[in-house]
Design a protein around this ligand. Structure first.
Ligand SMILES: [Zn+2]
Length: 179
């Protein structure tokens, strides 16, 4: 006989795996900003102890990206990033997370990690920093819900698209070489 309890059994293994969320240590600010441009939730930990970073990672189910070998040996939750160069750092992340997104998404503020929203088109003036001609063109503009930074297709995305083009022009895991 079926009981009420059985109907409410939670089966976590059958749910889709959640998108990875990270904490980047102080040495990896540029990597953090670029992962946010891909839409990922990335905390940038500045002036924090290893222990407090690891505690937050555990509490919020995040993985830690660090250049500190000592910290990488303290927890399986930590990925050691070996390179000093952004391109190679992104390759290292994509080797560890093969499903890493390869396109820009206007989801997260690259400066503070807060969610973005579409700019209010009924407002009389453009959001701070948005050129008048761009506002008038009607092209999509996104605004950070926390710090107010505005984003749009163009200056903010050209560099990250160039980077992604370089990083992923070779198959993931291939030796980048030629540096
Ligand atoms: Zn922001």
């Amino acid at each position: 006989m079926r009981t009420l309890t059985q109907e409410f059994v939670v089966l976590p293994l059958l749910t889709a795996p959640p998108e990875p969320r990270w904490i980047c240590d102080e040495m990896l600010g540029r990597l953090a900003r670029n992962l946010r441009f891909l839409g990922y939730d990335v905390v940038y930990a500045r002036q924090r102890t290893d222990s407090s970073i690891l505690e937050q990672a555990k509490a919020e189910d995040r993985q830690v990206l660090t250049r500190d070998r000592g910290m990488s040996e303290r927890s399986p939750r930590v990925l050691l990033i070996r390179s000093l160069e952004l391109d190679e750092q992104l390759r290292e992340v994509s080797r560890a997370y093969p499903g890493l997104r390869r396109e820009v998404r206007f989801v997260r503020c690259s400066l503070c990690n807060a969610p973005l929203r579409e700019a209010d088109r009924s407002a009389p003036v453009p959001p701070k920093g948005v050129p008048e001609r761009h506002w008038m063109s009607g092209a999509p503009i996104y605004v950070c819900t926390s710090c107010g930074q505005a984003y749009w297709e163009g200056s903010h995305t050209d560099e990250i698209r160039r980077t992604l083009g370089r990083v992923f022009s070779s198959p993931p895991g291939a030796d980048p070489g030629g540096r």
